[in-house]
Design a protein around this ligand. Sequence first.
Ligand code: ADP
Ligand code: MN
Length: 178
Amino acid sequence: PLPTSSPRSSPNILITGTPGTGKTTAAGMVADAAGLELVTVGDLIKQRNLHDGYNEEFDTYWLNEDKVVDEMEEMMAGGGMCIDFHTCGFFPERWFDLVVVLRAGTQQVYDRLKSRGYKQNKIEENLDCEIMQVVADEARESYKAEIIMELTSNTIEDMEDNVEKIVAFVNGFRSSHK
Ligand code: ADP
Ligand code: MN
């Protein structure tokens, strides 16, 4: 039998990485420049209560992966989505045409999370996460190597280059999926 799922004409993109690597900034720029619909998963979780309560120790919500996937399934079906979240292994592999992992240096992550007012233990947890390449490893375990783009996000120039690369991917995808 032929595959029943119709191919997307516009790609779904995931922008992932440790908090402070620049996901939300990049995702907003990409969504604007490429005409994708932006979903900041952290905000969606809060707005629609897709969590298992508040984690006092780390000032964050306990993630309920099933609730998040169920809530997002319909929005992903048509393509053209730009998804921003700091973890990536629980999303269905079939959702994404491109998985961008943003990487930043220890000093950059530290300064960005400090100025966001994160508590010391939360900063350290995230620094360890970035140093240990947790998100990059998770992406490699969860998605085909061909769709993963690992990009450095230390400077404004990096950010602009990254946005340009991602937008170029979107345009290339669209012209080959007409
Ligand atoms: P995330 O969503 O991954 O936590 P944000 O996009 O919120 O990261 O970025 C955190 C802070 O760092 C913001 O103040 C943002 O302007 C800044 N920032 C992000 N990426 C870069 C970059 N490549 N160069 C300089 N500043 C950046
Ligand atoms: Mn963010």
